[in-house]
Design a protein around this ligand. Sequence first.
Ligand SMILES: C[S@@+](CC[C@H](N)C(=O)[O-])C[C@H]1O[C@@H](n2cnc3c(N)ncnc32)[C@H](O)[C@@H]1O
Length: 671
Amino acid sequence: MTSRKPTAGTRPQAHRARRGAGPVGSNGITRPELVWPGKYDDRGRLVTPPQVRLPFQKIETVGESRSTREARKRRAPSLFEVWQGEEGSTFGDGWKNKLIWGDNLLVMQSLLEKYAGKIDLIYIDPPFATGADFSFKAPVGEGTASITKNQSILEEKAYRDTWSRGRSSWFAMIHERLRLMRDLLSDNGTLYLHLDWYVGHHVRPILDEVFGESCSLGEIIWAYGSPSGGRVSGSKLVKAHDIIYSFAKKYGEHKYRIVYLPYSEKYVRDWFRHTDRAGRKYRKRQRKDKATGQRYWERQYLDESKGVPASTVWSDIQQAYADPRAYKIGTKSEITGYATQKPERLIERILQISSEPGDLVADFFSGSGTTLAVAEKLGRRWIGCDLGRWAIHLTRKRLLDIEGCKPFTLLNLGKYERQHWQGVTFGPTRNGAAATRAWYEYLTFILRLYGAVPLPGMEFLHGRRGDALVHIGPVDAPVTIADIESALGECVRARQSELHVLAWEWEMGLPSGTDGGTGGLMHRVARQQGVRLRLVRIPREVMEEQVAGPGDVQFFELAYLEAAVETAGGARTRRIRLTDFVIPNPDSAPREVQGKITKWSDWVDYWAVDWDFRHDTFMQGYVAYRTRKERKLDLVSDPHSYPEPGRYRVLIKVVDIFGNDTSRALDLDIP
Ligand SMILES: C[S@@+](CC[C@H](N)C(=O)[O-])C[C@H]1O[C@@H](n2cnc3c(N)ncnc32)[C@H](O)[C@@H]1O
């Protein structure tokens, strides 16, 4: 989100002091540093974004059923509310890995309160050159067909923001984030920053400034490919490497383990030239007896040798998509289709050098979740963040696919981020005339984006678009059935026949449905009163600074989901069958997608069930999803046995091939 106005740093003296002693130039600079337009204000103060600390909202707990959580809670009461309560720093103490959907600036600022000085390793791979960073190849249905998904306007705009003033805005973006990462790192923590030739040389002085030159641990050249004719473009040398800068928070206190790599065939040929009677290869090494000073020969066997220590040039790891091994590890593949996905072997090496099992690893540009997947496999704790809806969804599936993946939570800044945006954009929202004005400005803004005009004098209806009346939900509360009924009543009294209800969030599970087909409950109620109802989601993109008018963002109507509960085996055992899923406006999907959809289930990419939903976090009990290798999707869940009789609410969540969630609640009585 970029709607906040940056402010100049408030402690110029402190900042100057940090820039070092020595003769001060007329602009206050005492040693070499990278300066870009807008870095300092007229008085030489560093321009920094406003400091914001927002609470996190837990959207979903993945991989742990409510009963497991309840049972564990009984054993250790401190686990009760992991995020708000006393969460320990080990898995045994209730730590849960975290996948956070949102802009990493706000996310890191908000993490500071709990995690300043607590993260042991940060790897980031920020977008740094081409628009391909946000594209994603999404398979559709069960065949081999796929669509290239250019991601949402939010992601495109974030990308454009980042480059809006060319490299200057990128430098400002990375500078403020690196400062936050430094604060989040523990004293023995290390940062790895993945870049290439385009900005790498500029970022090195920024890193020196933020971390201190003496904390540099080296510049890793990741030589990912051998030059070939296919790579030639323009009159330039063939690009065949990336750069990864490594910096310690405190040099000398940082964790470091030597990682040994296998000898190359040539090395073995050149040096392990001898073979003993048992067929073991060895080399001869001359040693010196410390006591006597006498020299003697020793055999170093190849099968007992550790290999060569990793240097700053890594040429044994191919790009994810170029490495045939990536496609076949057992029956699973690490290939996700995310254009900028990095190979797991690369991240594995980084984690092995600078972290130990149990350490906390973070990636704030996590993309397809490579760092998180590797951290999970190597027993590290992790925090991941990305602003892309698809990136988060893909990562959730990727993690679930790891055998033995520990439960993790999906978080965002949700309503707090929206409240913050509303306050910054439209003014105070608490009490009095200013709050009323801010509320009307907010309504007018959303109406304009929706292509509607304000409608004064009504209680629940805020605007009109063509023949339709429009109700808009608040930023900080879900729109409920009661809200829809009130707007519907007013619409009927005004003798109008079409109502559009726009919301950021809906009362969970209730308003599923479109007016097509059999329609959802609310649609049927509306139709009986002669009103065509549309339930429309307000997209997060609305909060983007450049969003100004109709057409800037796309509003999606909610999809329609139908599911049935079936008795399976015992009297208290049930399973869920998905029976229908309707995208409201399939015509608005790209033509190439429409052509590839042959049945309703092709729209579904993932679905999950919370067997005992309690109107708080969605606790994922059963889950089914498509992977790149396994395109078939089970439409019937595994059976679930309820231990106690009673009335339960089952919540079913579907994520469609565009990454949008739809949920449906079903009540059941268990005898
Ligand atoms: C180069 S990709 C990372 C790829 C990742 N290393 C992998 O292996 O899949 C960069 C990612 O940064 C994310 N991103 C860009 N700006 C962001 C921001 N301000 N906050 C959070 N994520 C951001 C993009 O959505 C994109 O997924």
